[in-house]
Ligand binder design. Sequence first.
Ligand code: ADP
Ligand code: MG
Length: 268
Amino acid sequence: MKNIVEIEGLQKIYDMGEIRVHALRRVDLTIAEGEFTAIMGASGSGKSTLLNVLGCLDASTAGTYRLDGQQVNQNEEEELARHRRTKLGFVFQNFNLLNSSTSLENVELPMVYLGIPRRERHQRAMAALERVGLAERVGHMPWQLSGGQQQRVALARALVTRPRLLLADEPTGNLDSHTSEEVLGLLAELHRDDQLTVVLVTHDPDIAACTRRVVILHDGRIVYDKPGPNHGGPPIPHIRELAASLSAEQVPQADPAGQPTAQGGPAS
Ligand code: ADP
Ligand code: MG
């Protein structure tokens, strides 16, 4: 099976002048076509940084990234933008919809950048909204929709360009548990029926358990990479305990809670 993601020796250092934050420390990761992967880890462990590099939203400091068989030149902003438009779909915790545009307009937008003719844009956006169960809400504004519905619009927007890789950073972080299950169910369905390759960042072990592969980051390193418990893998270890045991072994100076030594970023 073809690899969609091949990452080797990926490092990301945020240079803050006085301090350098090692957000990713030599990460190697391969993701095959059609995989459904959860990325977990404590707040500040590097999950969003990894997802942003995968999503060509940010460049790494060192290391190589092949996306869908193509070397990504991470310092070429135009190339990154082209990958984002043509190969990648994103879903964020805060939905990131345009507030003064309807569901339909939000979903049509990425196709405008691809130069797809108006008529086809309309047809594809309608089909994508139908796919996520929002055929009746195409003319609604984001503020007229529930959080779960807004996230489904965001999902339709991510899918309408037929990406090779869907990236979701805490997509259920702002949703109640019932709505979270709905959104997750939709992702699982897209993975199963459309062979969509999905990488999902989540705090929630119940959500991670539904994926096929669970990767745990600790302090910028991958410390766990196993099949999900609903797919023949072991129970997901408790992140805090795992982090504490690793800190005891590897980083004697880390604090007892096992938090990364260079902390201070946004929660999650
Ligand atoms: P997570 O998503 O797992 O919570 P992040 O990838 O956001 O973790 O952050 C990893 C580390 O990098 C943290 O220590 C965070 O403070 C730091 N970091 C993230 N983004 C920036 C930034 N733009 N500037 C400086 N440091 C950052
Ligand atoms: Mg994050």
